[in-house]
Design a protein around this ligand. Sequence first.
Ligand code: NAD
Ligand code: IPM
Ligand code: MG
Length: 362
Amino acid sequence: MSKNYKVAVLPGDGIGPEVMKEAVRVLDAVADKFGFTTEKEWADVGGIAYDHFKNPLPESTLKTGEAADAILFGSVGGPKWESLPPNLQPERGALLPLRKHFKLFCNLRPARVYKELAPACPLRADIVGDGFNILTVRELTGDVYFGQPKGREGSGKDEIGFDTMKYSRYEVERIARFAFDAAKLRHKKVASIDKANVLTTSVFWREIVKEIHANEYPEIELEHLYVDNAAMQLLRRPREFDVLLCPNLFGDILTDECAMLTGSMGLLPSASIAEGSFGLYEPAGGSAPDIAGKGIANPLAQILSVALMLRYSFKEEEAAKAIETAVEKTITAGFRTGEIWKEGDTKVGTTGMGDAVLSFLK
Ligand SMILES: NC(=O)c1ccc[n+]([C@@H]2O[C@H](COP(=O)([O-])OP(=O)(O)OC[C@H]3O[C@@H](n4cnc5c(N)ncnc54)[C@H](O)[C@@H]3O)[C@@H](O)[C@H]2O)c1
Ligand SMILES: CC(C)[C@H](C(=O)O)[C@@H](O)C(=O)O
Ligand SMILES: [Mg+2]
């Protein structure tokens, strides 16, 4: 009997539904090719869910996620909803609660820089060289995102706003082990990111990463970088990085930088995974309100997120590789959405890019 996977499809806002359409077409094609089936349940999340239900994360959407083997997520948010109270906003009322609810502690963001895309990359061609690949392992359910207390107090010129940066030993050990294990299968290098010259949380983080390294992974090369230095070293010597181990906030910031090293926010997929096989798969970028509705968004990050879902939640490695190879061929053949297009390339829209990937999957 062929395998069947239940996928909760949550397209969200802005370009989310546009790029999701292409990702689902690719998922269906790869399922046919590799002989498994998927049962897809679509649900509203984020701004659109607020518009329909006055709740960015309706109970029915949560249930859809709970009943599934994995969640395929688009992106949420946009100017329309940014002045709502925090708990009703798409990001703070839906995306962060989903990460917490499903205990998605580990966020993987593989930034693959293709040499063919060097013209679209802000780095000099000699720095891009033959291309490279940096895997960010970002802790996703701790740090200043979730630390308590947070809030606002007082009034007038005495009013204050505050968040709490916090990590437990367990949380740091767990994500550090994940990063070292990932490095074992790659180039055996980890760069751990912190701000230990200022923050107590970072001193704690660095101490624990050192301990785990010395006791369990002495064969892995480890460097510690302050986040500000890391931001500049990524531009100066990107090919020397292998695995970047980051706390939640620094990982958020550095992965936008990594996305831009690839040439576009629309190229960076992500996997947010829990301790078992459950995961939520989404592009690292957002709802891109500036280009939404125009049919020009790059769907590759969403399509590559399908590959990560097949790899991490369904253990369909061959199908995952087939998608990655089809994307590689699409890029080599010169298909480009507007934001990475240069003279001589074949310019395509969102659907055209999906068509190209599908043609190379056949
Ligand atoms: N996972 C998520 O749901 C998620 C992630 C990041 C931001 N957001 C939200 O998205 C909204 C917009 O945020 P932002 O503008 O800071 O970041 P963004 O990532 O949406 O956009 C930044 C820039 O990258 C471009 N871009 C992003 N994805 C692209 C794609 N697929 N193809 C081509 N270009 C692409 C955009 O056009 C824009 O110029 C905000 O509400 C933010 O909170 C959501
Ligand atoms: C939308 C926002 C809450 C989110 C984050 O900060 O984690 C996004 O920027 C990301 O990178 O996934
Ligand atoms: Mg981000």
